[in-house]
Design a binder for this molecule. Structure first.
Ligand code: ATP
Ligand code: MG
Length: 258
């Protein structure tokens, strides 16, 4: 069965999107058929793959609202190819910002994304979902659709802020909506080996979640930050950069244990 991995942390700017883009790109370059779902109205995963949001007629929003959707958009109409071979995307436009409201009257609204993905799963080897920095209906949908959760944690002050709340939500989703959901692990991002703070935060996270933190740590790396402005994932923009290489190691670590 095609695994669905959701990258989530309601804290903003911790590296969720960067991690989704890089893991997805390495998986595709490794020959896997990959689908990325951009479940964030900011659409950073969409633009990070060079997909022009203003040229899109439909996005994940249209398939999430499903039968209530008067124009009858099917998921196949929404999936777009990217410049990365083997890698397709369900993009997000700003329309997704209205999802909370629009889904409020939809039956089984927490399961919409799961239902949508079930209809396309057979076409892919791996599905990755990028989530917004909030715990609203889009994040819940992304957890209900997932087999595994990966939690990016930025090596900065307040790194663990909100993580216990997030684990509480994951527990509730497990008990009420998706009993098979598993936390695969946490990944430390934007690590700067020159600062004591990064080292301390990394130690603190490992103490809090013994055995659940990936040994691959993502460094702070300028090429990772630059790549999205060229609409390219780092493995294509700067394949020999430290950031891209470390994401390859993370790819191996995350998916060999999948
Ligand atoms: P949001 O919560 O807004 O969706 P996010 O958790 O998806 O944010 P990203 O967008 O991946 O976080 O990263 C936040 C910013 O930090 C971006 O500008 C990104 O390019 C940059 N960034 C992410 N990871 C790194 C890194 N390892 N080194 C340097 N810059 C990084
Ligand atoms: Mg993001």
């Amino acid at each position: 069965m095609t695994p669905v991995f959701t990258l989530i942390n309601q804290k903003g700017g911790v590296g969720k999107t960067t991690t989704v883009i890089n893991l997805a790109c390495w998986a595709a370059m490794d020959g896997q058929a990959v689908l990325v779902v951009d479940a964030d109205p900011q659409g950073n995963a969409t633009s990070g793959f060079g997909v022009e949001r203003r040229n899109l007629d439909a996005c994940v929003y249209d398939v999430l609202i499903g039968d209530d959707n008067a124009v009858g958009v099917s998921v196949d109409d929404v999936i777009v190819a990217t410049d990365v071979e083997n890698l397709h995307l369900i993009p997000a436009t700003i329309a997704l910002a209205g999802a909370d409201m629009a889904l409020s009257t939809v039956l089984a609204r927490e399961r919409r994304l799961r239902t949508v993905l079930e209809s396309v799963k057979n076409d892919y080897d791996l599905i990755l979902v990028d989530t917004p920095p909030s715990l609203g209906i889009l994040s819940i949908n992304s957890l209900v659709a997932a087999d595994k959760v990966v939690i990016p944690i930025q090596c900065e002050y307040y790194a663990l802020e909100g993580v216990s709340q997030l684990l509480g939500i994951i527990n509730r989703v497990q008990s009420q909506l998706n009993p098979d959901l598993q936390v695969a692990g946490a990944v430390l991002t934007m690590f700067d080996s020159r600062t004591k703070l990064s080292i301390e935060v990394a130690e603190e996270v490992r103490q809090n979640f013994p055995g659940h933190v990936y040994s691959t740590v993502i460094p702070r790396n300028v090429q990772l930050a630059e790549a999205p402005s060229y609409g390219l994932p780092a493995p294509l923009y700067a394949p020999s950069s430290r950031g891209a290489k470390r994401y390859y190691a993370l790819y191996k670590e995350v998916f060999n244990n999948a």
